[in-house]
Design a protein around this ligand. Structure first.
Ligand code: UDX
Length: 448
């Protein structure tokens, strides 16, 4: 067992908070996870994970068994720990701007509960917040409720996370960087000390900066990744119009340039997930507020939004009118290996298909319960990929699940009413699908 570790508490056991909590416990830190949702806490206490994430289940059970991880629905207990992370959600308001009520509420409760504590407490904002939030909102709320000033008795840092769904535990254990935005020197050096213990003495590359810069780094990172996706989708849409041109060769070639890099250049139906759209909207709205219109980011979002119509357009190029056609959608999740359908491109595509009068049948290996909650009776639900394509007029592959790769051209030909396939994720080799009607994002139509 490692030497004594500082204790940490994490307020907000959503995706980021829970993954962070289990990794702290796994590295020997006494960890307290706090969430106001008592049903969620009861489930977590029993070792049940509220969402799917590889390795989370094992680390949660191990943390609870070792007693290094405890959970509570009492927010005031967070101040028991020396380092207190705020990891609550920052959803969008209707106009796209950020809703900070949970961050402010957490700051209020944390402040109130450290009021009577004599020792030093370090508060760390892990939630994604727009620049200025920590200094101009969190800090005064903490100080007012704690009746202490940030400085000798209380520390405050911004420490954004860069966890991707599906690899969150690996990302937390082996990050490519740490970003620490410290309100003062002591706060920063205390947080570095925690991470030195966490990472076994050797810190990952660490950017030490002020809170505002740390806050903006998080948005810049997500906005850049989203820009890469919209960029390659723009190239894909151009490529698609030229017979014989393939965006995959293009992406491979430009990716070899170290100034561009090979990652995040997979053309597809547009990005989804809980972060990109929400964060872009928040930073666009923030830009407007401070007097700068970030037109590039607005276009990134618009390209993404329009990509759904490109996918449906491919189906129409094969079928003509979609009215009363049976269209199978394979994959609802926003990417493979998750049950998350938030902002998934499939939602936009299914919406358009329904507006054009198509009869939609869907299948996803993991996301069916979430899909049912959204679509209710408006679509049909199949129990397997083959059942979904059975008697369909068209099939659109929306998520790159491995199990969809097993379907061969002959399966489509045998099962479908007419074998029209739109590969919106580029999971198939066009050469293997010459016997059926096949279109793919970023692939110019066959040369006749
Ligand atoms: C993202 C960021 O990667 C992560 O650093 C941040 O903390 C949270 O947001 P995540 O939402 O889990 O993580 O998904 P990610 O793997 O980044 O993919 C986002 C979307 O972009 C998915 O819909 C994915 O299918 C799409 N995408 C990604 C592409 O269409 N093409 C690509 O080349 C890469």
């Amino acid at each position: 067992m490692p030497t004594r570790r500082l204790s940490v508490s994490i307020v907000g056991l959503g995706y980021v908070g829970l993954c962070t909590a289990v990794t702290f416990a796994s590295r020997g830190f006494p960890t307290l996870g706090v969430d106001i949702d008592s049903r969620r806490i009861k489930a977590i206490e029993k070792g049940e994970t509220p969402f799917h994430e590889p390795r989370l289940d094992r680390l949660l059970k191990r943390g609870l068994r070792s007693k290094l991880l405890r959970v509570s629905d009492d927010a005031s207990s967070a101040a028991e720990a020396e380092a207190i992370y705020i990891a609550v959600g920052t959803p969008s308001r209707r106009d796209g701007s950020i809703n900070l009520e949970y961050v402010e509420g957490a700051a209020r409760q944390i402040g109130a509960s450290i009021r009577d504590i004599h020792g030093y407490r370090l508060v760390i904002v892990k939630s994604t917040v727009i620049p200025g939030t920590t200094s101009s909102k969190v800090k005064p709320i903490l100080e007012e409720n704690a009746k202490k000033k940030v400085g000798p008795q209380m520390g405050l840092c911004v420490n954004p996370e860069f966890l991707s769904e599906g690899t969150a535990i690996r990302n937390a254990l082996y990050p490519d960087k740490l970003v620490i935005g410290a309100s003062d020197e002591q706060s920063g050096s205390r947080l570095r000390k925690i991470y030195r213990a966490f990472y076994g003495g050797k810190l990952p590359p660490t950017i030490m900066t002020n809170p505002e810069t740390a806050e903006l780094i998080k948005y810049s990172s997500n906005a850049f990744l989203a820009t890469k996706v919209s960029y390659i989708n723009t190239m894909a849409n151009l490529a698609q119009e030229v017979p014989g041109v393939d965006v995959e060769s293009l992406a491979e070639a430009i990716g070899l340039d170290p100034r561009i890099g090979p990652l995040f250049l997979r053309a597809g139906p547009g990005y989804g997930g809980s972060c990109f759209h929400k964060d872009l909207q928040a930073i666009i709205s923030y830009g407007r507020k401070v007097g700068y219109e970030p037109t590039l980011l607005r276009e990134v979002e618009q390209v993404n939004e329009q990509q759904a119509a490109r996918v449906v357009g491919l189906a129409e190029s094969l079928l003509g009118e979609l009215n009363e056609k049976r269209v199978a959608v394979l994959g609802i999740a926003f990417k493979k290996d998750t049950d998350d359908i938030r902002e998934a491109a499939s939602l936009r595509v299914i919406d358009l298909l329904r507006k054009r009068g198509a009869q939609v049948v869907v299948y996803d290996p993991m996301a069916m319960p979430n899909a049912k909650a959204v679509f209710e009776q408006s679509v049909e639900y199949a129990t397997s990929p083959k059942a979904a394509i059975n008697e369909a007029d068209c099939c659109i592959v929306m998520t790159e699940w491995d199990e969809f790769r097993k379907l061969k051209a002959k399966d489509y030909a045998q099962l479908m009413r007419s074998p029209n396939i739109v590969d919106a994720r580029r999971i198939y080799e066009a050469a293997d699908f010459e016997t059926v009607n096949f279109r793919a994002i970023g692939l110019g139509d066959r040369m006749s």
